[in-house]
Ligand binder design. Sequence first.
Ligand SMILES: [Cu+2]
Length: 68
Amino acid sequence: MKTNLQIEGMSCEACVRFVAMALQSIDGVDRAMVDLNSKRAEVEGDNYRVEDLIEAVEEEGYSAKVEA
Ligand SMILES: [Cu+2]
């Protein structure tokens, strides 16, 4: 499965790394690509819960929502 997220609150490459690490730590996530300029994250994997992705990003102090 694949999920595109819109991330709010990232201001530098360190933020990008925090968000990417948080997403990659979720069970079932194989890959998380985070882009600062577009404020987007693309997550790939199997059987992860989308709510877990959002929660992990929020725990790092950013906000996330699923892209329509
Ligand atoms: Cu930063």
